[in-house]
Ligand binder design. Structure first.
Ligand SMILES: Cc1cc2nc3c(=O)[nH]c(=O)nc-3n(C[C@H](O)[C@H](O)[C@H](O)COP(=O)(O)OP(=O)(O)OC[C@H]3O[C@@H](n4cnc5c(N)ncnc54)[C@H](O)[C@@H]3O)c2cc1C
Length: 396
């Protein structure tokens, strides 16, 4: 324990000395976090400085092994690091599907060569990844996917279409599912493959939403060549890898809830600002009750997910139980954002223009974005099916 306290003191000092002042208290959500990659732009160059100093210590991936560039921290040390970053109001230096999805999957299923090839680029924030799972007609029924990959010599030739590929237009690499055996039972003819987005034949078309934003793409693959050594695990065994990655994805989506209201404000600061205090309590009693309930539920959930993470550290990677976390965590996140919107009232309903602070405009977008939480990574109905079948063992 003394060692952990020494680690805390040293970490605090190091963070305080190395984190540029201008990044303290900046946003840290899916929308305004740093995704890295070759196409990353840094309106605030200090964000890149922050990424580089943290990556040099492996602290963008604190618990990954040092031989691939990770921090090699124990679970307790990583927790202390996060606590000290919170205390100094420091954003994550890097977010994205490399850290949360393909990285953990490579650690579990990749060869040594594949780990050495891909993990350092993720840790340094040099390579941004996207997920090529869904296809037109193959969302919930993912195993029906049709994108075809045919082995020709030492490479696969891929033809097909993916859809809802988040940020494919900004990504450097894609992890994808392809059909390699059309004759086999649908789950048994799928392979998990890594594709460089710069390969000839890859085309991304952003899908414009009513808001004007384009967070998703259609991704077209026409005679795209990918080396056979980019297959993860075994040919036609991609469904096993795909499910494992989905468990990581669901845990990541589930843990995206929080108690902050952007720019380092707590929910209480937010309520104080918009509703005022009566004595030392939030003035509106109905909101106060909802805040207290949210606080209790989110703390209980945080402790439960921490227990599950301990189990994962003890050598049990996340299983179908992650579907329970996905349902609860996404509903919690939607509740948090609805609560923040209720607190801010009309201030949370702006889209642009004067009269709204940046943090309010971000909230409106975060709130709308959270509606997708119960769809992405598999809808809530699909999670309920998984829980019924694979956790509770109920008959079809
Ligand atoms: C914000 C966001 C980001 C995404 N990012 C990506 C990405 O980066 N990469 C990627 O590959 N995909 C991505 N997706 C796609 C996502 O995985 C699919 O939208 C999701 O799996 C649902 O598939 P679908 O849209 O085809 O809906 P459908 O499968 O057509 O489902 C329609 C409705 O039917 C219900 N339903 C379907 N089957 C059943 C069943 N068996 N039992 C009960 N109800 C059922 C569903 O719950 C849903 O309500 C993203 C989606 C969102 C919203």
């Amino acid at each position: 324990m003394a060692d952990l306290e020494t680690f805390r003191t040293e970490t605090h000092q190091w963070l305080d000395a190395n984190a540029p002042a201008s990044i303290r208290g900046v946003g840290n959500t899916l929308l305004d976090g740093n995704w890295g990659g070759r196409k990353a732009r840094y309106p605030n160059p200090d964000m890149k400085v922050w990424l580089d100093v943290m990556a040099a210590r492996g602290w963008t991936a604190p618990e990954w092994p040092t031989q691939y560039g990770g921090g090699g921290l124990s679970k307790d040390e990583a927790k202390v690091l996060q606590q000290e970053m919170n205390a100094l109001r420091l954003p994550a230096p890097l977010i994205g599907f490399g850290l949360t999805m393909i990285g953990p999957t490579l650690l579990q299923y990749g060869t040594e060569e594949q780990k050495h090839e891909h993990l350092p680029g993720i840790i340094k924030g040099e390579i941004r990844w996207c997920q090529g799972y869904s296809e037109p007609g193959s969302g919930s029924d993912l195993a029906s996917l049709k994108t075809r990959a045919i082995l020709e010599g030492d490479h696969y030739v891929i033809n097909g279409q993916k859809v809802w590929t988040s940020f494919a237009n900004l990504a450097d690499w894609m992890f994808m599912l392809v059909r390699t055996d059309p004759e086999a039972k649908k789950q048994e003819g799928i392979t998990f493959l890594l594709v460089d987005m710069q390969s000839p034949g890859v085309e991304t078309r952003p899908i414009k939403l009513i808001s004007g934003a384009s967070p998703f793409c259609e991704t077209f693959l026409t005679d795209v060549h990918a080396p056979a050594r980019n297959v993860i695990f075994e040919v036609n065994k991609g469904w096993t890898v795909a499910k494992s990655l989905l468990n990581h994805e669901r845990n990541m989506i589930a843990s995206a809830f929080g108690t902050t209201a952007g720019k380092g404000r707590t929910m209480r600061d937010w309520a104080k600002e918009h509703l005022g205090l009566a004595g030392d309590r939030v003035a509106d009693s109905a909101i106060r009750d909802r805040m207290a309930q949210y606080e209790m539920d989110s703390r209980a959930f945080r402790l439960t997910t921490e227990r599950a993470r301990d189990a994962a550290k003890a050598g049990r990677p996340p299983g179908p139980e992650s579907s329970m976390f996905k349902i609860y965590g996404t509903e919690l996140n939607q509740r948090r954002l609805e609560l923040l919107v209720s607190i801010a009232g009309p201030h949370a309903l702006g889209w642009e223009g004067p009269g709204f602070e940046d943090v309010e405009l971000t909230l409106t977008r975060d709130w709308l974005r959270s509606r997708g939480n119960t769809i992405e990574g598999g809808t809530s109905e699909i999670q309920l099916n998984i829980i019924a079948k694979r956790v509770l063992g109920l008959p079809d």
